[in-house]
Design a protein around this ligand. Structure first.
Ligand SMILES: [Zn+2]
Ligand SMILES: [Zn+2]
Length: 247
């Protein structure tokens, strides 16, 4: 049981970190710079961490920039205030994401800014062959380590398979529905969902992030802590990245 739970938590947090650090703060916002080596390293890390639910950095960045520009309006790609429910919001996001990530629709030019790109590797990671193979790794792990008779653990498998979109949806839903507001100047309905923020490493401080969109630190008051930002400070001290702005 401990092995399965540790495996689940390892997958959960490495995937959350890949999303907030590489896809969001780097890919969509360029809050720090990376050398070409480290950009490739984190790109591969994101593929390994998200596995079958790998999110294409450019597709993610386009969608996310649209979210900032149109937050909680009709044009927001994932607002809980314009969806019939959690799953409907996830589905709407998927449709829009697919059209950009797979090049089916040309995105509005103002949102198609440079984002991490590695075409051959991305094509492979987006293929069904990779997704099925990566998804079966979790199944094999569970077959080996789930103790006899404890079938309930297998219910976690779909969460492994959809990890990236699930994290996105938790942030998009919770961060625009529940919690308190520090920045009243935002035109949207973003909130800070502090009690469960540790699950998303800073991402649920949505109101802080919308209030000061350029700050790499999503925490702003003394009792808030943004775990991903603290790791970024450590990485800066180790010479692994350079923060663009210091706050
Ligand atoms: Zn953002
Ligand atoms: Zn938001």
């Amino acid at each position: 049981m401990t092995i399965i739970l540790s495996f689940f938590l390892l997958h959960w947090f490495s995937s959350v970190f890949a999303q907030t650090f590489f896809l969001h703060r780097y890919g969509a916002h360029r809050m720090f710079s990376l050398t070409p080596f480290w950009e490739r390293f984190w790109h591969l890390f994101t593929i390994v961490a998200q596995g079958p639910s790998f999110l294409h950095p450019r597709g993610y960045a386009i969608l996310h920039r649209m979210h900032h520009a149109y937050s909680d309006t009709e044009k927001d790609p994932h607002s809980p205030h314009h969806a019939r429910g959690f799953l409907d919001m996830m589905w709407q996001t998927k449709e829009r994401y697919d059209s950009y990530a797979y090049g089916r629709t040309a995105p509005p030019r103002e949102f198609d800014l440079p984002a991490p790109s590695w075409p051959a590797v991305d094509r492979l990671a987006q293929s069904w062959v990779f997704r099925v193979l990566a998804g079966s790794v979790y199944v094999v792990f569970y077959l080996f380590f789930v103790p006899e008779g404890q079938w309930g653990w297998y219910l976690l498998l779909p969460v492994h398979w959809l990890m990236g979109p699930i994290h996105g949806a938790i942030v998009n839903w919770g961060g625009h529905m529940y919690g308190y507001v520090n920045y009243k100047n935002t035109k949207d309905r973003s909130r800070n969902t502090l009690p469960v923020d540790f699950l998303t490493m800073g991402e649920l401080f949505q109101n802080n992030h919308h209030g000061r969109g350029t700050s790499p630190n999503f925490a702003s008051r003394w009792f808030e802590i943004d775990p991903a930002y603290q790791l970024m400070r450590l990485m800066q001290a180790l010479g692994m990245l350079r923060l663009e702005r210091s706050h």
